[in-house]
Design a protein around this ligand. Structure first.
Ligand code: HEM
Length: 413
């Protein structure tokens, strides 16, 4: 395929950002540099949206939920395949309604509670690696993206939600199908029917799980959400169901992609890999730099509720606006030498990788903890774990970033 380097070599014209262009999807970062330099708020005809490229403008959009609404985010992502269309999830609610629900959800996600899950994340990592060794032997090749990273976060969240072990495989299939609804415009009728079926089954499954838990509360997340109370108010049954579905959809592919991209960056930076291998305390700063440099969520979505102006550009009411989190993370006015991958960097401003403002990711602590446990276990169990190919097959998406497949060579320790 054509690469951005070929394109630059062949022309002296500035790079034209079109998120749907395959060359841009493969390597968007040179385009983000150009956007920040020449047109930080840009109209994108292919998506009928304005994109926003600098740190300060992204920050403004994310912190002003009244002007830049989230209401259309979920309906546009899942369309008619939303398992709970009658109950918008928190990620698609604006202030003030969002605030109450967020307070209730925070009760279930306090760091001390998440920290209690750490042992389970180690156990799940070990079990997945046992399976890999049982299948491939103690040395050889396997696909890190499919055989580890795709299975791990969904298993963790299933355990957290209290999904019975025997239902896990089914559960994973539904999650994948529902997530694929984001690409529904390109699908044939039989694929769409498969998504609709998964959506119905997942809803029925959670309805049953809710009723079971409500009658017999446990220490799982659904039970915690049922009991959480703020100002004398609890979540309704539909709110708990919608929250459980959101946690799955928000928490699975993102963490999968973080773990995939981390191995890619270690392939690209062998000196960093040597250091991290020798000293596992560097795993946390490594993950922070991957989150900054090549984040799983590149772009999120808002709609303007009124005529407004951003960075000197007039944006009419009802416009789609796309803050590019991955570009904000490389803004040269906020990060020193931003195009360099540096796990020792000192960071003075919050990363944009988990968003900002009222919708700041509820799972940021969980995903960092999960990813750290997985890498600690993988680097202990595998004496060698190396991405084979320099050419990475990235997901075909302009907003989600991670390797689609990632063949690795391994040797058990
Ligand atoms: C590396 C992993 C992750 C990344 C990069 C990520 C990224 C994000 C981003 C950018 C947002 C803001 C969306 C917006 O403003 O419209 C968000 C929100 C959210 N994330 Fe994550 N996420 C990750 C993992 C997780 C996990 C593990 C969970 C839960 C299990 C989770 C649950 C949520 C929820 C519930 C929200 C909505 C919060 C609200 O609306 O108040 N995320 N995430």
């Amino acid at each position: 395929m054509e690469l951005v380097g070929d394109r630059l070599a062949g022309s002296d014209r500035p790079l034209e950002y079109d998120p749907l262009d395959p060359v841009v999807k493969h390597e968007p970062y040179p385009y983000y540099v150009e956007l920040r330099r020449s047109e930080p708020i840009k109209w994108l005809p292919s998506l009928n949206a304005f994109c926003v490229a600098t740190y300060d403008d992204v920050d403004t959009v994310l912190k002003d939920g009244r002007t830049f609404s989230s209401a259309q985010f979920w309906p546009e992502l899942l369309g008619e395949f939303d398992p709970m269309p009658e109950e918008l999830p928190m990620i698609s609610m604006d202030p003030p309604g969002h605030v109450q629900l967020r307070k209730l959800a925070n009760k279930a996600f306090v760091p001390s509670r998440i920290a209690q899950l750490k042992d389970r994340t180690y156990k799940i990592s070990h079990e997945l690696i046992d399976d890999i060794i049982a299948k491939h032997g103690t040395e050889g090749e396997f696909d890190w993206a499919w055989e580890f990273t795709a299975l791990y976060p969904v298993t963790v969240i299933a355990e957290v939600l209290g999904v019975p072990t025997q239902r896990r495989a089914e559960f994973k299939v539904w999650v994948d199908k529902i997530l694929s609804a984001a690409n529904r415009a390109a699908y044939e009728a039989d694929q769409l029917a498969g998504i609709a079926e998964a959506s119905e089954k997942m809803r029925a499954f959670f309805e049953e799980l809710f009723d079971e838990r409500a009658a017999n509360l446990g220490d799982d997340l659904i039970s915690t959400l049922i009991q959480a109370e703020v100002d004398g108010k609890k979540m309704t049954r539909n709110q708990v169901l919608s929250m459980a579905i959101l946690l799955l959809i928000g928490g699975v592919e993102t963490t999968t992609n973080l773990l995939g991209t981390t191995l890619v960056e270690l392939k690209r930076h062998p000196e960093v890999y040597r250091r991290v291998r020798a000293d596992h305390s560097l795993i946390a700063p490594l993950l922070e730099e991957v989150l900054r440099y090549n984040p799983p969520v590149q772009i999120i979505f808002r709609h303007t509720t009124a005529d407004t102006e951003l960075g000197g550009v007039k944006i009419p009411a009802g416009s789609a606006v796309m803050p590019i989190l991955a570009s904000a993370n490389r803004d040269e006015t906020k990060f020193n030498d931003p195009e360099t991958f540096d796990i020792d960097r000192k960071i003075d401003v919050p990363l944009m990788s988990f968003g900002q403002g009222p919708h700041f990711c509820l799972g940021s602590y969980l995903s960092r903890m999960e990813a750290k446990s997985a890498l600690e276990v993988a680097f202990t169990r595998f004496a060698e774990l190396d991405v084979i190919d320099d050419h990475i097959h990235w997901l075909d998406s302009y907003f989600a970033r991670g390797p689609h497949t990632l063949p690795v060579r391994f040797k058990a320790a």
